[in-house]
Design a protein around this ligand. Structure first.
Ligand code: PCA
Length: 201
């Protein structure tokens, strides 16, 4: 297994022109942290296609750590997702117009998988730096949960580490909406540096 870390972020969706997850991870592309090389990839906000891309990148780079990121608009903290469920149930169509309802992701797959990231520890290190963070029991049932479930299904019996993190809007997405919470991209960059460093240690 290589010393690579794969980070993914999604395409914009739901009428947005940017997705904070991609804005964040693309800044880490080709960065080296403690002899680990980071590869950042954008994933389509599309059921199944997203998972095919992710699998392709896992095969191509054989990363030892994989962290997928997505936007959770309206969230007031960085959400460390704990559980992926075997369910697609889309509130809105994806970027290709698909809107699965009450659909099983993998027939006969387990109902749920727990993350393979040490989320309790990550929670403490981020919280100690006064970064808004929470442990989350649901990544929803849209494309983020879909890719999270596939990721865990793919790596569960391997020694790869991986999971999913939801992030709030970034400031420039909500500059005309005073009541909507957002974070500064610099804060998110700091958080991601802390996350990567603690996973490597
Ligand atoms: N957030 C969506 C899908 C893409 C993204 O960034 C979600 O939470 O499912």
């Amino acid at each position: 297994m290589s010393n690579k870390i794969l980070l993914t972020g999604f395409e914009p969706f739901d009428g947005e022109t940017i997705n904070p997850s991609w804005e964040l991870v693309k800044r880490f592309h080709h960065k080296q942290i403690s002899q680990h090389e980071i590869i950042s990839k954008q994933i389509p906000t599309v059921f199944y296609e997203s998972q095919e891309k992710l699998n392709q990148y896992i095969k191509e780079y054989d990363p030892k750590i994989i962290i997928c990121f997505g936007q959770a608009g309206g969230s007031k903290s960085i959400r460390l997702e704990r559980i992926a469920v075997n369910l697609n149930d889309a509130r809105i169509p994806d970027n290709k117009g698909q809107q699965p309802i009450d659909e099983t992701i993998i027939k006969n797959g387990p109902n749920a998988y727990f993350t393979k990231l040490p989320v309790r520890n990550l929670y403490h290190v981020l919280d100690n730096e006064n970064i808004p963070v929470s442990l989350s029991l649901s990544a929803g049932a849209y494309v983020c949960n879909h890719i999270f479930y596939h990721l865990l299904h793919t790596i569960y019996d391997t020694d790869k580490m991986g999971g999913f993190i939801h992030i709030p809007y970034i400031d420039k997405q909500v500059k005309d909406q005073k009541d909507v919470f957002s974070l500064n991209l610099k804060t998110l960059e700091k958080a991601l540096n802390i996350i990567i460093t603690s996973l490597i240690d």
